[in-house]
Design a binder for this molecule. Structure first.
Ligand code: SAM
Length: 278
């Protein structure tokens, strides 16, 4: 049984959990299978795993993938992983902060690169932003994260969870929530529910924009104060008010609408109109 195995491993190596590193280890085999199946791991794939813990998920990935490279920050886990996974010759372990890794160096010439991780909660947003905005050649990211963050990522206009982070992720990826995971699937149990979500990287961003920095600046401003109408959120964008009024008209967007009602395409249209007169 998986939970016994984890408990045994922890006992054998006298491992001590570090709360600060978000160490909640997966003990439910059905979740493990769903993560690996959801990531569609096959013999052609180079898998990068962030935070392998004691290697439970890593082992399943190693059985199916061409190669697995795991990045772990906690030095107590290194000898455990090396020992427990020594039978695999397609395993590489890197002792580093996942936020400080140059993923291009790891990826090299690999073509089918997938990221799989049960992420520590504190790392979720910064690592997703890092992995998506730096143009790394990932086919997909299959990640276990806090339920509310997964819902935010997957949310559509007019939903409470829809915001600047939904737009950032959906600009780069198709998103699909694969399953809900209860706290009882982990040791120790976290206080919150989790979800497994897959982000499939698009070959081109979902909408075409002339100026990405301006597009994201407008998106951020539009959600800074959720109750504000668009006009009030972006009136200080740096163009004449009459010109801004015309931009809204040409983009066919009522400036009294709130940011949370706009689709990615509408944000793109507005940003391009503003960009044309800036
Ligand atoms: N993959 C294991 C599993 O599913 O049982 C462990 C997942 S646990 C939620 C998160 C793991 O990420 C831990 O092993 C923790 O030490 C590691 N970790 C935390 N911060 C990290 C960072 N900045 N870089 C790399 N690994 C990190």
């Amino acid at each position: 049984m998986a939970d016994l195995t984890i408990s045994e491993v922890i006992k054998k190596y006298k491992f001590r959990y570090k709360k600060s590193l978000g160490q909640n280890f997966l003990i439910d085999d059905s979740v493990l299978d769903d993560v690996v199946d959801g990531a569609d791991v096959g013999a052609e794939d180079f898998i990068i795993e962030i935070g392998p813990g004691v290697g439970t998920l890593t082992r399943e990935l190693l059985k199916r993938a061409k190669r697995v490279c795991a990045i772990e920050l906690d030095d107590q886990l290194l000898p455990i992983l090396e020992d427990e996974l020594k039978e695999f010759d397609n395993f590489e372990l890197i002792h580093k902060d996942a936020l400080k890794v140059d993923y291009n160096e790891l990826i090299g010439e690999e073509k089918s690169v997938k990221l799989v991780a049960n992420l520590p909660y504190y790392l979720t947003t910064p690592i997703i932003v890092n992995l998506l905005t730096k143009g790394y050649n990932f086919k997909s990211l299959t990640i276990m994260i806090q339920k509310e963050v997964a819902q935010r990522i997957d949310s559509q206009p007019n939903c409470k969870a829809y915001g600047a982070f939904s737009i950032l992720v959906q600009y780069y990826c198709d998103t699909e929530i694969l399953r809900l995971v209860p706290p009882s699937a982990f040791l120790p149990e976290p206080k919150v529910e989790s979800m497994v979500i897959r982000l499939d990287r698009l070959s081109e961003p979902k909408v075409k924009v002339k100026d990405e920095a301006l597009f994201f600046a407008i998106v951020r401003k539009s959600f800074n104060m959720r109750r504000k109408i668009l006009w009030n959120s972006i009136k200080d964008i740096g163009i004449d008010k009459e010109e801004l009024q015309k931009c809204f008209e040409r983009a066919n967007i009522d400036p009294k609408r709130r940011g949370e009602t706009l689709s990615l395409q509408e944000f793109a249209n507005l940003s391009d109109e503003i960009g044309n007169v800036k």
